[in-house]
Design a protein. Structure first.
Length: 122
């Protein structure tokens, strides 16, 4: 069963734990969420947790060989990132507010994500 997560694809997040940037870590870095993996509670963040992968040279369809070292992002645990408030670019907790929306004569309750820091919609 997948968990309900408060961080979505496309959100701007900041890394809040791990090694400091002065020591070669990612704490304090901000990046856009590229993918969310709810089964493992992990997120893929652009420019964060970059790892190198060695690829063996192989034959492609056109006959060329491609190999070498590729650098790409690896997933990190969702508890290590925090959503960034769009108004002041500082990390914030996420809350929800329910509001009634009238669509086509029907009233529906919609949950809207809000910033706990400023109270603004996200």
């Amino acid at each position: 069963m997948a968990n309900k997560l408060k961080i979505k694809k496309g959100d701007l997040v900041q890394v809040i734990s791990g090694a400091r940037q002065e020591r070669g870590g990612d704490r304090g870095k901000q990046g856009k969420v590229l993918a969310v993996f709810p089964d493992t509670n992990r997120v893929l963040v652009e420019g964060v947790n970059r790892v190198s992968k060695h690829k063996r040279a192989g034959q492609t369809a056109s006959g060329a060989t491609a190999g070498g070292i590729e650098i790409h992002e690896a997933p990190i645990h969702i508890s290590n990132v925090m959503l960034v408030d769009p108004t002041d670019n500082k990390p914030t907790r996420v809350g929800y507010r329910e509001e009634v929306v009238d669509r086509d004569g029907r009233k529906r309750t919609v949950r809207v994500r809000i910033s706990r820091r400023t109270g603004e919609d996200i």
